[in-house]
Structure formats: structure tokens, C-alpha cells
Write a protein that binds this ligand. Structure first.
Ligand code: NAP
Length: 282
């Protein structure tokens, strides 16, 4: 038996197509389409490629996008001032600051500067609080994309044991909360977890968001489990690899997300959805 590959490209395309179809009606009703502004600092090639992908997705959907490219040397004050201007700009619905930022800039200060209503990434403390309090909020794109992929494959987390490896604010923590909201029993694992394999072997749903190529191997996976590989690792071979060793996991798992082509495209599609949501909330 071999795992069903969860095709994030296909699911994300369906999401984007639905948004695309809505654009003429939004334009007719509000006189304009939603606008996403992406701020990028420095020349990090991976960040540049992510930003290109986001701008391209806006074009595909028929939304406006602006890109603000700043030099590595930009000061924190300058960056905060630019965000302040975008906060006040009525033509901008979503603001995204591509991470990571240079060391001299305090990332949390920058994320807190974005008004929650335009926080398309859902990283502002007020959006984080709303997520954990179970209130309506902008849900972070990658965790939202993971949940949408499960849903698209008819995988209901209710009553299942979900193990999430990684506890970052961007992926691990929010995806754990979303799984909990869907009534999974959630175990959060991290670098200090002992007996990781003992836990993962029990997981009906295994989400891996670590940043270590090949961390999860076939002998760590429960037969038939749904394995979601969030990791993106560029290795010396120049290719992208996930955190899951697909060669050994695919014969064991019931479902597996490929890398690339799994969670990555879903993240971008959810960003498009979040931008429309911010636009409509205004
Ligand atoms: P992060 O902030 O570096 O967090 C990594 C987490 O993994 C930490 O909680 C860390 O534990 C844990 N960890 C490290 N080594 C471990 C080990 N040996 N066993 C178990 N846990 C371990 O990373 P992130 O931002 O969440 O990103 C994780 C990965 O997802 C990266 O490859 C990133 O590129 C990728 N990513 C992909 C997308 C997408 O759209 N596909 C989006 C975001 C991120 P401690 O907390 O104890 O240090």
C-alpha cells in the first residue's frame, strides 16, 4: 500500500479559482478589488521567491498587490513608519512583512505595528489571543492551509490523536489549537520531547513543522496515518526537502503531503483568502 498524496497544488488552485470568480462582484459592489501589500527587507533569495509567489497569486486571483522592497540596512524606525503609513492607507487591505527580518530589527515589534484588521498573517497578539479564545479571527495561513488540506481529503480530526512536532508561533502552536478546535486530542512535541517515536507511532494525524530534512522516517509512523509535512529544507542538491522522509513514510502512511506541492501552495491560497476577509471586514 502506498499513501494517498495530498495535492496542495490542486486544492489551492480550487481555492484561488473560487476567489477569482468572486472578484467581479466585489469590484461591482465596492468599486475596487482587495489589495495586499508585501514588505520585504534585504535580498534573501528564499524570501524573494516566497514574495514573488504571493504577488503572482494576487495576479492570478485578480487582486491588487503592492511590493515594498527595503534594503537590509533599513532601520527599525523606518520600517515601523512605513507600516504606519500602510495602516492608514484605505486602499490597502492586507499587510504582510516577509520573515525573517535582519537581526537589528525586533520582529515582534514589527508584527505588533500592523493593525489587527490588516494582519493577513494572523501574527498580531490580538489575533493570536482571539484564536486561543475561540473568537472569530484571522487564522495564520500555514495552519489554516493544513486544516483545509485535511478537510479536502475528508479527514475529520474529531476523536483522533494528533501529534504536532514543532511549537513555533507561526505553525506548531496555531495548528495545534486548530486541531483542538476540531476535537482532536493533541500532543505537542518539540526539541526537548523524549521518546518522540513512541508518540508519533500513536498519531492518527502527524503534523511535522521542524525544519530538519528527513526527521520523520517510516518506522515512526502509524500505518494509515495522515502525515502533514510542513518543513521546507533546501539541501546541497539544490532541491527542496520536507521534514518527512517520503521514501520510507509513503509505504506506511495513509495520506502524505508532498514537498514541494503540499502545504506550501496552501499557505499562499490561505493568504489570498485572508486578504479578501480583511477587505470584507472593512
Ligand atoms: P521554528 O520556529 O524553527 O520551530 C521549529 C520547531 O521544531 C521548534 O519548536 C523546535 O523545538 C522543534 N524542533 C527542533 N528540532 C527538533 C527535533 N529534533 N525534534 C523535535 N522537535 C524539534 O520553525 P517554523 O517556523 O515553525 O518552521 C518549521 C518548518 O516549516 C521550517 O522548515 C519552515 O521552513 C517550514 N515552514 C513552511 C511553511 C509552508 O508554507 N510550507 C510555512 C512556515 C514554515 P523547540 O521549541 O524546543 O526549539
Amino acid at each position: 500500500m502506498s499513501a494517498i498524496l495530498m495535492d496542495g497544488k490542486q486544492v489551492s488552485l480550487a481555492v484561488k479559482d473560487t476567489l477569482k470568480e468572486r472578484m467581479p462582484a466585489l469590484k461591482a459592489q465596492f468599486g475596487r478589488v482587495p489589495c495586499l501589500t508585501v514588505i520585504i527587507v534585504g535580498e534573501n533569495p528564499a524570501s524573494q521567491s516566497y514574495v514573488r509567489g504571493k504577488v503572482k497569486a494576487c495576479e492570478y486571483v485578480g487582486m491588487d498587490s503592492r511590493q515594498v522592497s527595503l534594503p537590509e540596512s533599513v532601520s527599525e524606525e523606518e520600517l515601523l513608519a512605513i507600516i504606519g503609513d500602510l495602516n492608514r492607507d484605505d486602499a490597502v487591505d492586507g499587510i504582510l512583512v516577509q520573515l525573517p527580518l535582519p537581526k537589528h530589527i525586533d520582529e515582534s515589534k514589527v508584527l505588533e505595528e500592523i493593525v489587527p484588521a490588516k494582519d493577513v498573517d494572523g501574527f498580531h497578539p490580538s489575533n493570536v489571543a482571539d484564536l486561543w479564545l475561540g473568537r472569530k479571527c484571522i487564522v495564520p495561513c500555514t495552519p489554516k492551509g493544513v486544516m483545509r488540506l485535511l478537510e479536502a481529503h475528508g479527514i475529520d480530526p474529531a476523536g483522533k490523536l494528533a501529534v504536532v512536532i514543532g511549537r513555533s508561533n507561526i505553525v506548531g502552536k496555531p495548528v495545534s489549537k486548530l486541531l483542538l478546535d476540531r476535537n482532536a486530542t493533541v500532543v505537542m512535541a518539540h526539541s526537548r520531547t523524549k521518546n518522540l517515536k513512541e508518540l508519533t507511532l500513536q498519531a492518527d494525524i502527524l503534523v511535522v513543522a521542524v525544519g530538519r530534512a528527513g526527521l520523520v522516517t517510516g518506522d515512526m509512523v502509524k500505518p494509515g496515518a495522515a502525515v502533514i509535512d510542513v518543513g521546507i529544507n533546501r539541501l546541497d542538491d539544490g532541491k527542496l526537502h520536507g521534514d518527512v522522509d517520503a521514501a520510507t513514510v509513503e509505504p506506511v502512511a495513509g495520506y502524505l503531503t508532498p514537498v514541494p506541492g503540499g502545504v506550501g501552495p496552501m499557505t499562499i491560497a490561505m493568504l489570498m483568502e485572508n486578504t479578501v476577509e480583511c477587505f470584507l471586514r472593512k
